[in-house]
Design a protein around this ligand. Structure first.
Ligand SMILES: C[S@@+](CC[C@H](N)C(=O)[O-])C[C@H]1O[C@@H](n2cnc3c(N)ncnc32)[C@H](O)[C@@H]1O
Length: 249
């Protein structure tokens, strides 16, 4: 298994170089899924990581920032609050991010391969870590348990982390087996058909409840609080993706 629904770190390097794509397409979304929605995603992230807005001069790490407006909103608040913003993404993706500010520190490469470099650049650790719509690629390209060890090690006492927008096949099935899910499918696909949902089967290469709950236990066993939480209802993937919040006591 080398990709998640056709995407992985390498694929994003290619998309970043393709001049014919919109900023949303470069990060793997049709325009309709992200255009005009990213401010709502940002507000949802603020709710889950309130330190971003409530304190100043913090260290913030964005793993897989991409190049669309969500990255710009995160950059803007970091500038306003005088946070130092560290970005770990491919060199091709980072090249698309304006370099007009001395509060941005780019660390090109795939996380957690960039862990040592990040740690050497920011020995004081991080107060906020954002990893939005990236976990499923780390799941295929890397080792999620090692990723988590690195992530947790980077978190200061009191730090807040969001691992957001994780596709969860179990949640997707629960939704499409429900009356609301059937209605959604029929309206979206312009059909009278009932969506096919199979339970008690192998879902090869997909993230499900068992993995998300194991991530929570891994964080808790490491001494951190962790929660699976829903996305704001108006977000495009709210019915089939989950967010994880991690807090270091
Ligand atoms: C779906 S986009 C999400 C971008 C941004 N976080 C957002 O939600 O708007 C995934 C991004 O993660 C980056 N990425 C994928 N795997 C990564 C990894 N292991 N380390 C760092 N960045 C990664 C891709 O290059 C891409 O920019």
């Amino acid at each position: 298994m080398k990709d998640y629904d056709g995407y992985n770190y390498q694929k994003y390097r290619e998309l970043a170089l393709n001049k014919n794509l919109s900023v949303y397409e470069k990060i793997g979304f049709p325009d309709s899924y992200r255009k005009g929605v990213e401010d709502k995603i940002f507000q949802d992230i603020l709710l889950k990581c309130p330190l971003l807005n409530s304190k100043e001069r913090l260290n913030v790490l964005d793993i897989g920032p991409g190049c669309s407006n969500l990255q710009k909103y995160i950059f803007k608040i970091c500038k306003e609050k005088q946070h130092s913003l560290y970005l770990s993404d491919s060199p091709e993706m980072l090249d698309l991010i304006d370099n007009d500010s001395n509060n941005i520190i780019k660390v090109p490469g795939m996380f957690p391969d960039t862990f040592d470099k990040i740690k050497s650049l920011c020995a004081n650790g991080f107060d906020i870590i954002i990893c939005y719509s990236v976990f499923h690629y780390i799941f295929v390209d890397s080792n999620v348990w090692y990723f988590l060890d690195c992530l947790l090690e980077l978190m200061n006492e009191g730090a807040q982390t969001i691992i957001g927008d994780i596709p969860n096949i179990s949640k997707r099935k629960r939704f499409f087996a429900s009356n609301n899910g059937i209605k959604f499918h029929q309206e979206f696909m312009q059909t009278d058909e009932i969506p096919e949902v199979k339970f008690n089967c192998i879902e090869k290469g997909k993230i499900d409840d068992s993995l998300l709950h194991s991530v929570i236990m891994k964080c808790q066993n490491s001494g951190y609080d962790a929660y699976i939480v829903p996305q704001a209802i108006e977000l495009p993937f709210a019915n089939r993706r989950d967010d994880i919040i991690i807090r270091r006591p």
